[in-house]
Design a protein. Structure first.
Length: 344
């Protein structure tokens, strides 16, 4: 055990770990969050996303930690000609790009509102350092006791988004997609289109979608939900319909990439055959029903079966497709293919 811990300490020392903290209305908590970041972290990027409370300026003036690098965002004009901040996605993109320029190995995202315990950072980086995962993220649903601290509306909303996210990303074993406590290796980060990532709250879900396209391995890290006096800017009732539309778009994009363009496999046959069966059965059934209404003659049992049988078979094919999609979740990390010198 002593040798194991010495080896882990050696790996941690070699790995250059950075922490990215987006700041927007977190003046009350940001200094405490920074003070609890472990010594194993080499660089801390604080991104002031046009914070009305000037959190970045506060960090510059009151924080003496030499690891700190403050990035300031200027407001930009959106379509309705209103000045706005760039959002959590825009803030993290800036931190990612700075970390790449500085030669960091792993970048951990921690929110500045105090809901994420910085002492858990080693739990997020260790699976990546050991090459078991390319990307790690928090999961507040793992501990039943933790769920009692989560407001009911958030619990229901996050559970619904988790189910939808499984379809759009293909990571069927992953829960809590809106959890922003994440870590990623720079080798994987370079494979992603950073400038195309969502700027605002859909950023974490969009990351999972983009990771699925490069076949990255994602691991959940159990963590407790922490809710005190901080106020989240994310309103579940407002974003749920918007997220559902964006997830639907990404599901069809992922399907096209993975089952039509890049490959054509048994899952492609299941899905295409299933949809054709469902459409033809439903179409024939509706036509027969309209004919019965127009002529006032009940449809025969044979006609009913000709409509029902394709629908039943189509549903079975769709279930088979979903089973195939679940089995295709990535299991071999992208880091496994790197030479030893490039892994850290």
């Amino acid at each position: 055990w002593a040798l194991r811990w010495l080896l882990l300490a050696h790996i941690t020392e070699m790995t250059k770990i950075a922490v990215a903290i987006p700041c927007y209305k977190v003046r009350k908590h940001i200094l405490d969050v920074i003070s609890r970041i472990p010594a194993s972290v080499q660089r801390i990027y604080v991104v002031d996303d046009k914070c009305p409370e000037e959190s970045g300026l506060l960090v510059q003036q009151d924080c003496t930690d030499p690891r700190i690098h403050v990035i300031f965002h200027e407001s930009y004009t959106i379509i309705c000609l209103r000045k706005s901040n760039q959002g959590v996605g825009g803030a993290i993109r800036s931190a990612y790009k700075k970390a790449l320029d500085d030669g960091m190995d792993i970048i951990v995202k921690v929110d500045g509102d105090g809901q994420m315990d910085p002492s858990l950072i080693p739990l997020f980086t260790t699976p990546i350092e050991k090459r078991h995962a390319d990307y790690t993220k928090g999961n507040r649903f793992f501990q039943p006791a933790s769920l009692r601290q989560m407001p009911a509306i958030r619990l229901i909303g996050n559970a619904a988004l988790s189910i939808i996210n499984k379809f759009s990303s293909g990571y069927w074993s992953i829960m809590d997609p809106t959890n922003g406590y994440t870590a990623i290796h720079v080798h994987v980060l370079r494979e992603l289109p950073l400038d195309d990532l969502e700027r605002r709250y859909f950023f974490e879900s969009d990351m999972l979608y983009q990771l699925s396209l490069v076949r990255a391995v994602v691991h959940d890290v159990p963590m407790n939900a922490v809710y005190a006096d901080e106020k989240s800017n994310l309103k579940i009732t407002k974003v749920l319909p918007e997220f559902a539309v964006k997830h639907a778009i990404r599901f069809f994009k992922r399907y096209a990439y993975q089952y039509l363009l890049r490959d054509f496999n048994i899952g492609s046959l299941y899905s295409i055959s299933g949809m054709l069966m469902l459409i033809s059965g439903a179409g024939f059934g509706i036509y027969g029903w309209l004919q019965s209404v127009a002529t006032d003659v009940p449809a025969t049992s044979g006609t009913v079966m000709l409509a029902a049988l394709p629908i039943i078979i189509g549903i079975q094919f769709i279930i088979a497709f979903l089973h195939h999609d679940v089995s295709r979740e990535p299991v071999t990390p992208l880091l496994a293919d790197l030479p030893d010198a490039a892994r850290l």
